[in-house]
Design a protein around this ligand. Structure first.
Ligand code: GLA
Length: 386
């Protein structure tokens, strides 16, 4: 049974009628442009065919009641009176309501049932998907326009200020604005984006190392601080404003560690633009080479890879007939790598990488061949039948 059918069926069981709407929001994988978002730079993620679905109908009493089929304890609160708690996923529901109200939106209450198939904590942005699914639910029952960039910013505000995780804008932007069949080049300064198709006969394969490390971790904040220090050294608002020539001319003045961090960001921004060009020109080999260079830079200069991520990338790169390139993806320290492969070899590639990684680490990886999906949307609207 599809997730859409599951949430609909469970809604009917719980509330005794059909839901008026079903909304969904996807997780994401970043093809390239890592740790560049909080440097006002470029990222090139795609929304994946794993998502959170919510079946819902409006309520007239200003309350939110949301039951998750995956997680304990429902969200159950009044829109005119709620405060922070430590109720895990429920904080995303409250935090989104708070961010939307702070932005001046007049919200209608609703009741619903949710379910998802994005692995939690794997670095595939299950939290951003939850935020955007909730935003889409509120927008649908409250009659708000869907402005993807505005909703992404409110999702980020929820995550930064309510949940307390210091993330950039990439995950929320791609979950809000993804386009089926495409990756999205996002300028994280202006939030302008453009769709970029995958080269034909290629597939994107997510390689989950089955190792986890939370984003709340100090390492992420430490990297952000080092990038800000480097930007201050160059006298610019963000490292986005430093090109490679300026970096080479002045970098001697930076301490060696900050210099390495800045070098990653500045070269990664250029690689991301080059990757878009390679995709538009149907050059999977060039794109793959950029993946590999990105991994090396994240491993050696930004130092956010891990033994397991390096191992799974190594296993991927051994499948020479299938693979164009592979790299760690997301914040790092654990979670997933991403590989670009020939599509007709994708299944055999997945099996071979799985066996290789398991032999080397004793861990069972999860491997997903994935397709670029649409950003947050309304998949069912029964308004006309109501
Ligand atoms: C996490 C953050 C993003 C981004 C990536 C690294 O996914 O949520 O904002 O910084 O790490 O590219």
């Amino acid at each position: 049974m599809s997730l859409q059918e599951r949430v609909t069926q469970e809604y009917v069981k719980r509330f005794g009628e059909r839901p008026l709407f079903v909304v969904r929001a996807p997780g994401r994988v970043n093809l390239i442009g890592e740790h560049t978002d909080y440097n006002d730079g470029f990222v090139l993620p795609m929304a994946i065919d794993r998502a959170i679905y919510i079946a819902l109908s409006p309520r007239s009493d200003n309350r939110i009641e949301l039951h998750s089929l995956d997680l304990e304890n429902p969200a159950d609160f009044s829109l005119s009176d709620f405060e922070k708690g430590n109720e895990s996923w429920v904080e995303y529901v409250k935090g989104m309501a708070w961010a939307l109200q702070e932005a001046g939106f007049d919200l209608t209450g609703w009741q619903g049932v949710s379910a998802g198939d994005i692995p939690v904590g794997a670095g595939l942005s299950s939290s951003a998907a939850l935020e955007l699914a909730i935003a889409r639910a509120f927008a649908t029952v409250s009659g708000l326009d869907w402005d993807p960039a505005q909703m992404a910013l409110l999702g980020q505000k929820c995550e930064n200020e309510w949940v307390g995780v210091n993330c950039g804008i990439m995950d929320q932007m791609i979950s809000a604005a993804g386009k089926e069949g495409h990756a999205l080049l996002i300028d994280c300064r202006t939030l302008e984006s453009c769709t970029v198709p995958l080269p034909s006969e290629t597939a994107v394969v997510i390689l989950d190392t089955a190792t986890r490390r939370g984003l709340v971790d100090s390492a992420y904040n430490e990297r952000r601080q080092q990038c800000e220090d480097a930007a201050a050294f160059f006298g610019v608002p963000a490292l986005r404003d430093v090109d490679i020539d300026t970096f080479n001319a002045k970098a001697e003045g930076l301490d060696p560690l900050t210099r390495k961090r800045a070098k990653h960001i500045i070269t990664e921004n250029q690689r991301t633009l080059d990757a878009m060009a390679a995709m538009l020109q149907e050059e999977p080999r060039i794109l793959g080479k950029l993946f590999n260079e990105s991994h090396t830079s994240l491993r050696d200069d930004f130092e956010v890879s891990s033994k397991e991520l390096n191992q799974i990338v190594d296993c991927a790169m051994r499948r020479k007939t299938a693979v164009f390139g592979a790299r760690m993806t997301g914040a790092g320290f654990g979670g997933c790598a991403v590989a670009l492969v020939r599509d007709y070899h994708a299944k055999a590639f997945a099996n071979a990488v799985s066996a290789c990684y398991q032999a080397a680490t004793g861990l069972q990886p999860n491997i997903y061949i994935c397709y670029p999906s649409e950003g947050a949307n309304v998949v069912v609207s029964n308004l006309e039948n109501a």
